[in-house]
Design a protein around this ligand. Structure first.
Ligand code: SF4
Length: 199
């Protein structure tokens, strides 16, 4: 027995077997069986599988994204299918309606793909590089913290609070990333700390 057999491959094989048994019981022959077996692989043939985490909520379900296009040849990769990862311990291949609709979010025209800045007095946003955006965020945070950090309260007790800046993190991360984010943000003294899942 192949001990490397993954849960996903097992389910794929079991599904094909069930389909074959059912079709065979209905009286179809070899050609129909071959056709039924070919339908699923055909859709995803030649695609690249990439594992990721659903972006929507803190359940953090595992997903597999299937993309076409060879980056090594200068082609643009395009995600054509997303499904739950049956090997993932959190969701075992299942997705809720939001997760099942992830492909629509990926291709949405309104999706934010890069940082933008609206300068004082301007009525429009301008695209900037990640370096510019991160430097600006860091500069503003440092200046605000230097100006408003509260080391002690009126009774002289050490409180180390920074109340004038808030931080919004992503909930769909690993435990390790979430732990580090929490430590860094709390280490600065920020109290207003949240994420999109409100947990
Ligand atoms: S699939 Fe649904 S439950 Fe799972 S992380 Fe996404 S939004 Fe949350």
């Amino acid at each position: 027995m192949n001990m490397e057999l993954s849960r996903r491959h097992f389910l794929k094989g079991a599904g094909a077997g069930l389909a074959g048994t059912t079709i065979g019981a209905l009286g179809f022959g070899e050609a129909e069986l071959a056709y039924a077996d070919a339908i699923r692989p055909f859709k995803l043939a030649g695609t690249t599988e990439t594992r990721n985490t659903c972006t929507y909520c803190s359940v953090a379900c595992g997903i597999i994204m299937y993309s076409k296009g060879n980056l090594a040849k200068g082609e643009k990769a395009e995600i054509i299918h997303i499904e739950g990862d049956t090997d993932h311990p959190t969701n075992r291949g299942t997705l809720c309606p939001k997760g099942a609709a992830l492909l629509d979010m990926v291709h949405a025209e309104t999706r934010t793909k890069f940082p933008q800045i609206r300068k004082p007095g301007s009525d429009k946003f301008e695209r900037v590089s990640w370096d510019v955006a991160l430097d600006r965020v860091a500069r503003l945070m440092k200046d605000d913290r230097d100006k408003n950090f509260i080391a002690k309260n009126n009774d002289g007790q050490t409180v180390n609070r920074w109340l004038t800046t808030g931080f919004l993190a992503a909930s769909a991360t690993t435990n390790e990333t979430a732990f580090l984010t929490y430590k860094v943000v709390r280490g600065t003294g920020i109290l207003a700390f949240d994420n999109q899942a409100r947990v």
